[in-house]
Design a protein around this ligand. Sequence first.
Ligand SMILES: [Zn+2]
Length: 356
Amino acid sequence: MCDCLSQENPLSIDASASRTPKGVSRAGIRSLLRALMKTNPLLRIALPALLILPFLSSCSNHIAAYNDLLVGEPSVETSEPQRGDVHITYLGTNGYLFRSHDSTIAVDPYFSRIPIRPIALNAPISPSPQRIDYATTQAAFPKRVDAWLITHSHFDHLFDAPALQPKFGGKIVSSHTGRFLAQAQGVPLRNLRPSEPGRVYHFGGAKVSVLEAKHDTIFGMTPYPGKITEPMSSSPNRPKDWLLGTPLAYLIEMEGKRIYVESGGVPGFLPPVKNVDLAIIGTAVPDSQSRFPGAVRKLNPRYVLPSHQDNFFLPLENGFQFSTLSNLPQIKARHKAEQLPGELILMDYFHTWKLR
Ligand SMILES: [Zn+2]
């Protein structure tokens, strides 16, 4: 068995502590990085990419080792949703498809899975039509999607939505930064819903509430921070063009079920809703992992699904591999030891689970 499964990730730290396991203060790392950036313009460009390098997987680390948590069946073998059903399909990274008999809502679809090299070099990138076709076929996408909910505008969340929207229709719900990025890629304003927390939308029989959220930090820093506040003069084409924008979470109410979905967060900021049927909680990095117990207690879900744990630099065809900074063994142990509410579940790529 791979070591990643048998040991807790040594890089994982409790973000409530101010020191890494090696005794180096996080504030110290942050000020060192800032000083280096000041003296080295090359590092100023490369640092955002360096902050996402830990998402690489360090060894083969497959999801099948967690058979006891896995739910769902291959999407291509799943029948159409009947009245009263909610079908949930995992699309990789933080991507999901929620379907009922009268509405289809996608969250953070990212299928192009740009490799690490162009990301690290901030080289030109563009969506892959082949990978989008592969993913939408494997996920058994319906002909029409009503809405694309984007939690924030980084490339691993927003990147493919402007290519998917013309194929499947629907509205892209995002921050204002996401709206300007999508508009610059040709999505007309009538198909965009620039949003802030407090907005409520109805798509078919589903109700979507836009909620406040925070983005994880790595060593106290956020990759690609910033907002876009006016129309872009050219189409975004390099990773650092996809600025964070305002992070958002969503409450999807569908067929009488309440589903909370986010992409992560920071300790000290808990989800603004409670009592849900399913909580999808981002756990990509130590920051969000350390807030997991508090978030689960607040949400009080029937089911809880840790999300954004895979190595999103690899193609979806390769199958699910955990990223270096993910730490499902620790999440599983804390869920049990702290007797957190809800059944802990996990989903594999292109599997569909019926929430009942
Ligand atoms: Zn992000």
